[in-house]
Every structure is written in C-alpha cells, then in structure tokens.
Design a protein around this ligand. Sequence first.
Ligand SMILES: O=C(O)CCC(=O)C(=O)O
Length: 398
Amino acid sequence: MATTGSAEGASDSPALWAEVRALLPRAEEGLTLALSGEVEDCVLPLLRRARSLLYGAAGRPGAATAAALERLSDALRDYSWEKLNAGPWREVGKGWRQVYAYGCLFGALAEVAAGRPLARAVRLCDLGLLMGASVLDNVLARLVRALQPHLPRAAPRDGARAQSVRPEPPPPCAVQHEELIPHLRCPSLEHFRDNYLVPQRPVVLEGVMDHWPCMKKWSVDYFCQVAGCRTVPVELGARYTDEEWSQQLMTVSDFISQYIMDEIPELKEDISIPDYCCLGEGEEDDITINAWFGPGGTVSPLHQDPQQNFLAQVLGRKYIRLYSPQDSENLYPHESQILHNTSQVDVEDPDLVKFPNFTKAAFQSCILMPGQILFIPVKYWHYVRSLELSFSVSFWWS
Ligand SMILES: O=C(O)CCC(=O)C(=O)O
C-alpha cells in the first residue's frame, strides 16, 4: 500500500520504517557482518558502528542517528568504491563488493529513517545490487522491493497515453538473397530436441510466448511507470566495438527520455522460461535472463556466447544474422582476450580488403518479429540490428 506524500515518494512513515526494519535480523548479533574475502582492518569498526547505530534505537532512529548512519555509509561506499575501480573487475575481491553493498544498505536505511523522499534510497539499493555482492540473503533486493510500492508511479510521457492497445507490428520486411532461418509453430519438445537442439541448428519459434503477459503489457510508458526510478547500466554508443562506446549507470526514466525519445522483478513476472529449456542439463536457477532495450539502429556486433540462447522478441523487430561456429576463422575474431568472442568485421559493410575470407562464411538470417523466439545454438555467431525501438529478452541456458 502506498503511503507517499511527495512527488518523489516520502518515507516519513513509522509503518514503512517497521516494514524495512523487519527485513533485517531481529537481534544485533544476527547481523554478523561476515565478509567472504579479505578487507583492510580499518573498515570493520565502521561496519560495526553502523550496525550498533541501527540496533541502538528502539523505534525509528532520530535525525542525529540517521545523519551519523549516513556519514558512515558515505565513508564505507567511498572507500570500497576506490577498491572496486582499482583494476580489472574480475580481480576485485568479493569482500570489498560486500563492504560496498553494506555501505549502500546503511545509506538507504538512513534515508528511510530520516523520512526523506525515497528515490535516493532506491538508487542506493540499485547501486549496491549492481556493483556490490550479496549480503544478508540479498537484503538490497528485498529492500528495493519493499520501497517500490511507496514510490509514486510516473505519469505517462508528455502528451502520451499509456498504451493499452499495442500497435500492430509493421509487416516483416523482406530479407533478400539470404538463406532464411526456418520458422516453426510450437514444436513438441521431442521435435525441437531431435531436429534443432541435438544437431545445433537455429530456428525461429512462433506461438511459444503468445500467453506471456509482457506481450500485452510492455510499452515505453509501462517501463516508466513500473521502473522509472530504478538505476540500470546503460550501454551508450551504436555498437560496443566502437571507440566512443561506454557504459553509464542511469535511471530507466532518464534513459528513456534521453535516449529513446538491466534486475527489475515486476518485468520478470511478465515472462516465462520457455519449456524447451528443460531439455538442458542445468537447473532453472542457472538460466541467465537478460533484457535488451534500445532505439532503432542499435547494433550488437557479430559475437558468440558460450551457452544456448532463446532470444524472445517482445516489442519491435530485429534483423538477425547467424554464422556457424565452424566458420569462426572466416569471421576474424578480435585478438584481445576481452573481445575474443567478437568479430572484427562490420557484417553489413565488410572491409573485404582487410577481411577477404569473410565472403566464404555462409549465414542464415531473419527479421525477428514480436512474439517470435529465435533459438541460437551454443557459440553460434550472431549479429543483431534493431529496426525500431525494441525490447527483447534472452535466456542463456545449458
Ligand atoms: O538483441 C541483441 O541486441 C543482442 C542479443 C544477444 O547478443 C544475446 O542474447 O546474446
């Protein structure tokens, strides 16, 4: 139930504090502050001090306690931020990421305790989720979930009505002189396994996602309403191989308003894991679900991934080309470790002087329409260009 009092959703309510406080262990000893990696000794007293401030207050902490908690949060976040940015990400110790998550947690709690608008508390939780490592049974995810209903829902964009009726998708544009990826309507599990999964052949699946709520609900206005205040990583640039490509953290609203005109549970409730994933060997929890949201013209350069992929198209159309892993040599992968899964060739405008063997590589293509799911076998090279504003969901499974 929303108890918001300001445009940004105020937290000035004892009931909200009680709800938030209930997410933490009851007793101070329960909040062990255990870290799964070494950190410098000077950090532990700060963590312990923040914990005792939280548990020292009988009810909602007063203004002075909230301010002290905020200062400790700033110190913990500043210090661990340095460590997070000191070298390659894979070398950052988990302990430092947990310290950052604790810093964000204490900061978000200080915001709620101080009765301030909740947007900053939500931002701190998102930063902790993105850059930190899980603490206290993923308390940041639980906290953001508790705060979100108290935020006001963003109004639809200027002059736009929330779209309840989705526009008819534009007719498919023809892919000429190209070998088309076969299309199939709801094949049985056995048929899919024997003819596509086992021989590792791509296929576009139709009718499989018709019943997913996202097919009726998702629109740009819906994203603004449900997730407008959430912070997500955004890739800036037409393609990640470009020099000027970069990543930035920003809110969904800012992204949508700046660029169209990243772990959001409400949107996940509107999709289903395709039944075909049960043919894999991994557990359902091991499936990685990613959302791909971007304006027309966004390109994912030709690359390969180490898992099977179902790419489900919800909004807009995408032009997709697939090349078999057997053609890898003709696709000129980058030599650097970080980009070795990405081709150097600009697929739709290849430099054949530099990459003469590229013409030897055979490919299949399709225009993926809303409601269709493309099966991309393990390590199949894929190139994707959005033909208009597009939202897709990928499921990486093994
Ligand atoms: O849709 C896209 O732009 C890229 C999708 C992709 O690369 C993937 O699902 O692995």
